[in-house]
Every structure is written in C-alpha cells, then in structure tokens.
Design a binder for this molecule. Structure first.
Ligand SMILES: [Mg+2]
Length: 196
C-alpha cells in the first residue's frame, strides 16, 4: 500500500452484488419451463448441478443476453449500502466478467452500477482475466479467479464471497456479509498502517 493512500479493493459483481443466479433461473424458466432454485446451484458447473442439457442452457442464455436484462438484475440484500460503506476505507473498483453472448451486457452493467453507486459506479473494469488487475484485495465468489489472482499478487489478500456453489472450497478467507467484509478490511488496514 502506498503511503497515505487507501488500499485498492477489486470487487466482483455477479455473486456478491448482482443476483446472476436469479436472472439465469428466471430465464431458464421463461425459455424452457424448467423450474430450479438457487439452493440447487451448488457447484460452479451450472449444467451439471442443475441437470441441464446444452440446448436448455443455451436457451436460458439467449434470454439472459437480451438487451436490458443486465440492467434489471436484482441486488443482493445489503449490497448497495455495504459496498458504499467499504468504498470509504478502500480505493474500490468493480471488476466483472463480460457476457460474450450479449451485445449489450457491458453497457447495461455500466448503467446498473451507475444507478446503484453513482460516481463510484464509473470505476469498473470488464474482464474475465481478473489477475491482470492489481490490488490489495480481490473479493470474488469464483475460487479459480482467486487462485489465479493470488498467484500473481502473493502479498495481497484474496477473499471468497460465500455462496452454495463454492461451499467445498476451504482455501481462502470466506465472508458472507458486508459487515463481515468491512470488519476484515478495517482490521487489515489497521495492521498495514501499524506495520508501515
Ligand atoms: Mg462472481
């Protein structure tokens, strides 16, 4: 951390903030009539854990990819307030994977982030390769993102956002609420300040 500057925190969007699962499951229902729940989504491999065919998954993604869908996504309870609070003690950037099947995903996501977070919503990077972004913290629900990122920045802190699909991962510090995340960062900041 540079002297007198806030530590940079890279914040995943789908999972900790946006309820991608709901968008996908609503789209699956709309496209195929198949009804599944978020609890059933207990592995990263969607088709495997929900027992779907490639055609059913494609049909769901065709709906997910429609214009405005990413702008109308549900926000996880507490995420708006929680992210804004954490941005007061970090240099927070949103780092989010684009959806290649949608021509409007990135535009819609930018608008959605601006709508929720105002000026903070302008600090966004669209990439699936999160390890190209440096920072003191990466908060993400996908264990492989944290693995690649921590290999690149071994002195930084990867934080796993708790979700049913990552339950079996024991490797990272895990948080399941914004209060917990805020406390963790505040404590770490204090340690870094005392060391530096
Ligand atoms: Mg995610």
């Amino acid at each position: 951390m540079k002297e007198h500057s806030l530590p940079r925190l890279l914040m995943d969007v789908d999972g900790p903030i946006a309820n991608f699962q709901k968008l996908y499951l609503d789209s699956l229902l709309e496209a195929t009539g198949i009804k599944k729940t978020e609890k059933e989504w207990d592995e990263w491999d969607t088709m495997k854990c929900l027992g779907l065919t490639v055609e059913q998954d494609k049909a769901a993604y065709a709906i997910v990819s429609l214009p405005h869908r990413a702008f109308n996504m549900s926000v996880h309870p507490g995420a708006q307030k929680g992210v804004l609070k954490i941005s007061t003690i970090t240099d927070l950037y949103f780092v989010t994977s684009p959806l290649d099947t949608s021509p409007t995903w990135q535009y819609d996501r930018n608008q959605w982030l601006r709508h929720l977070f105002g000026e903070l919503g302008r600090k966004v990077a669209h990439t699936a390769d999160k390890h190209i972004c440096s920072g003191e913290y990466l908060v993400d629900d996908k264990p492989s993102n944290l693995e690649k990122w921590s290999a690149e920045y071994p002195n930084s802190t990867p934080i796993l956002w708790d979700m049913p699909h990552n339950e079996s991962t024991t490797e990272f510090t895990r948080v399941s609420s914004y209060d917990e995340l805020y406390k963790l960062i505040a404590d770490e900041n204090l340690k870094r300040y005392n060391q530096g």
